[in-house]
Design a protein around this ligand. Structure first.
Ligand SMILES: NC(=O)c1ccc[n+]([C@@H]2O[C@H](COP(=O)([O-])OP(=O)(O)OC[C@H]3O[C@@H](n4cnc5c(N)ncnc54)[C@H](OP(=O)(O)O)[C@@H]3O)[C@@H](O)[C@H]2O)c1
Length: 244
């Protein structure tokens, strides 16, 4: 199965893993639709991806905006919603140990990481072709977590559980999960110094002694879209982080 000629919707497609996936899909002959909040970022990304790229400005944590986008979009084949847990660069500094984290911080992480994907599927799936697929975004956290990541670990774990249910309920549409380790993207390039030092230690300890690239995750996302026997799969691409 090839994605050539297929239509792929990537919300969060103007940066990082989403942009790398959009570029790789377009290079294989897919038609790409990208979403994100910033019109300027979308325009820059579309110019990089290719002339036929469609763009939609929306906040994926706003259900009405997500519904409106899909109502006007027409049929498509594959879907990914890639909104980071932390809505801004200061948010990661508020990720502290469980007993000191405000409950509102948990709600923020779930809104970004869980609800954005749920809204995308709820309103996108009715417009998908039966041979299409959904790639949900998790992380290595549900299988190997570290202190201060309880919120994003729980939200990613909920996504993996949701994927298993939807692989049955939405069939024949396939539903898979990609679980990246620690990836160098524009979104993670400004993390606080203390967290950066922890990331460097993590990278050094794992078998592949470096952070991952967006292109390496994009490669896995396209594998899940193209492999017509893959459903309810969780694909870890983490440099062996789980073994450390
Ligand atoms: N990088 C890692 O180490 C890593 C590891 C595991 C999982 N992940 C997951 O991979 C995904 C992509 O991460 P990344 O590091 O590639 O991020 P990134 O470089 O920061 O890109 C995030 C993309 O999402 C868009 N976005 C952010 N908030 C949005 C919202 N509310 N509504 C619509 N679009 C929104 C951004 O555009 P605008 O800002 O213009 O909206 C941008 O296109 C995320 O779900 C993240 O949790 C990343």
């Amino acid at each position: 199965m090839s994605i050539a000629g297929q239509r792929i919707v990537i919300i969060g497609g103007s940066s990082g893993i989403g942009l790398a996936t959009a570029k790789a899909a377009a290079a294989r002959g897919a038609r790409v639709v990208i979403g994100g909040r910033s019109v300027e970022r979308l325009g820059t990304a579309a110019a990089e991806i290719g002339a036929e790229t469609e763009t939609h400005a929306l906040d994926a944590t706003d259900e009405h905006a997500v519904k409106a986008m899909f109502e006007g979009l027409g049929k498509f084949d594959h879907l990914a919603v890639l909104v980071p847990s932390a809505p801004d660069k200061t948010a990661s500094t508020r990720l502290v140990d469980f007993l000191h984290m405000e409950v509102g911080q948990f709600e923020t992480v779930f809104r970004n990481r869980f609800w954005s994907q749920l809204y995308g599927i709820r309103h996108g799936a009715p417009h998908m072709t039966p041979t299409g697929s959904i790639v949900l975004m998790s992380s290595s956290q549900p299988r190997k977590t570290i202190p201060r990541y309880s919120a994003s670990s729980a939200a990613a774990g909920a996504i993996e559980a949701l994927a298993r249910s939807l692989a049955i309920e939405l069939a024949p549409i396939r539903v898979n999960v990609i679980a990246p380790g620690f990836i160098e993207t524009p979104g993670t390039s400004h993390i606080p110094t203390e967290r950066r030092a922890a990331w460097d230690r993590i990278a050094e300890a794992q078998p592949v002694k470096r952070l991952g690239t967006p292109e390496e995750i994009a490669h896995g996302m396209l594998f899940l879209m193209e492999n017509s026997y893959a459903t309810a799969s969780v694909l870890d691409i983490d440099g062996g982080y789980r073994l450390t």
